[in-house]
Design a protein around this ligand. Structure first.
Ligand SMILES: C[S@@+](CC[C@H](N)C(=O)[O-])C[C@H]1O[C@@H](n2cnc3c(N)ncnc32)[C@H](O)[C@@H]1O
Ligand code: SF4
Length: 423
């Protein structure tokens, strides 16, 4: 054994933690969406859910392993959390602040769909302490939005982005918008036009998702009946690549595997996701949320009624949990790193005591040979543009056969036939 001097500051430092709150309400169910949500509009149910969330949050220090570390990011996601009243979201935030040591400069994010964005709401949420707004636009084409069963049209999306852009300019709110390609009815040229339009807006980030087709969604059903009408895979990849070229030409830079930061944004893309992708502690609240502390992870139930009842009866609303082996932790480290955009082999070796290349020789060789990853001069392995587009295929190389919950070609235009991969 070799004893070396250590820097006590870093040796004993606890990594930052993050908090996630799931809000399962939406105006309409989009035809591609697989998230745990309900479209029931019932103010009483929403209020009971908010109260259950607050109770679950306040009980956490006595019921689950709570990390000692300071919280540097909070994400309220969904679903469409902005469907809640600002006052309800502020109460959830107060409960988190009263329970956990939250950094004064913590990122506090919330998700909107364009139909939920109003100047009043945006202002109230910044007043309440929200610092990051993410809005699902998906497309700027009306018939595409219609066919995906979105709750808004293209004009509403543009209005929403104007409102959020004003909060960005005046009060420094971070603004991200999501787009998806392919979608039924969306031509490659219209996709590029939409990406070009997004690049010209006052936003910090644009996230480009490849369409995932999940079982039990309307799109999955259409695909089975030959009614989905998506372009050939080569064409999808070509148009995705052209979108990345377009963003680069507009001065955007990668912020994560699928996310692009605007030239004016100082970043980071999302501190909450940085915590998740670095394997640091995350506590989740609400239906279907996932928590991870060290090698342990656990999931909450996905039924709203079951969740509210469990919390009301002072039971943990947890459905399942796992304790990862060292081999599983190594795979998770690599998968999460690539979702962030890169992995540092030195950090891997420092954490696990074994070189990355010795643990995953064939996998690393395969993704390098396929041109999905390239090695920088400083040894960092980063995604190429192809790797960004084929990120699901890429990370799948690192999932062991016995852990696979989705088939290898699980990316754009290709269906996931089993459950969502949870890493
Ligand atoms: C929780 S939603 C965002 C907020 C809001 N619910 C909305 O849809 O506008 C997160 C994002 O996931 C993406 N997403 C959801 N389902 C997807 C799928 N099947 N394929 C690709 N992206 C998907 C969408 O871009 C969506 O904006
Ligand atoms: S609004 Fe967002 S969370 Fe709700 S169904 Fe559509 S994509 Fe899913």
């Amino acid at each position: 054994v070799t004893y070396r001097p250590v820097d006590s500051g870093t040796f004993f430092a606890e990594p930052d933690a993050a908090l996630y709150v799931h809000v399962p309400f939406c105006t309409k169910k989009c035809h591609f969406c697989n998230f745990a949500i309900t479209t029931t509009h019932n103010d009483d149910l929403r209020e009971r859910y908010v109260r259950a969330l607050i109770r679950e949050i306040e009980a956490a220090p006595d019921s689950v392993p709570v990390p000692n570390s300071r919280v540097s990011a909070i994400s309220i996601g969904g679903g469409t959390p902005a469907l809640l009243e600002s006052e309800q979201l502020a109460r959830i935030l107060d409960a988190l602040r009263g329970t956990f040591p939250i950094a004064t400069d913590a990122e506090v994010g919330v998700e909107f769909d364009p139909a939920t964005v109003t100047p009043t709401k945006a202002r109230e949420l910044v007043d309440a302490g929200f610092t990051r707004f993410s809005v699902g636009v998906q497309s700027f084409e009306n018939d595409v939005l219609d066919r995906a069963n979105r709750a808004h049209d293209a004009d509403r999306a543009r209005e929403a982005l104007d409102v959020l852009g004003a909060e960005h300019r005046e009060r420094r709110a971070f603004v991200n918008l999501d787009l998806i390609y392919p979608l039924p009815g969306l031509t490659g040229d219209a996709w590029l036009e939409g990406v070009g339009h997004a690049a010209g807006l006052t936003v910090d980030a644009v996230t480009l998702y490849g369409l995932e087709i999940w079982p039990k969604t309307v799109f999955h059903h259409w695909r089975d009946n030959g009614r989905l009408g998506l372009p050939e895979r080569d064409e999808e990849v070509r148009y995705h690549l052209r979108a990345l070229e377009l963003l680069r030409a507009a001065g955007f830079r990668p912020g994560a595997a699928s996310a692009w930061l605007s030239p004016d944004s100082s970043g980071p893309y999302c501190r909450y996701l940085d915590v998740v992708w670095s394997g640091q502690p995350v506590l989740g609240f609400g239906v279907s949320s996932r928590s991870t502390v060290g090698a342990r992870s656990w999931n909450n139930v996905s039924s709203i009624a079951g969740y509210v009842q469990a919390v009301d009866e002072r039971r943990l609303p947890i459905e399942s949990g796992c304790h990862r082996t060292a081999a599983q932790s190594m795979r998770q480290h690599v998968i999460r790193g690539f979702k962030r955009g890169y992995i540092d082999p030195d950090a891997f070796a420092a954490e696990f005591g074994e070189p990355l290349g010795a643990v995953f020789p064939s996998q690393i060789g395969a993704v390098l040979a396929a041109g999905l990853v390239s090695e920088r001069d400083d040894g960092i392995l980063e995604l190429t543009d192809e790797g960004r587009i084929l990120i699901f295929n890429l990370v799948h190389v690192f999932v062991e056969a016995d852990e696979r919950s989705s088939p290898a070609a699980a990316h754009i235009g290709v269906a996931f036939d089993e459950e969502r991969q949870t890493t």
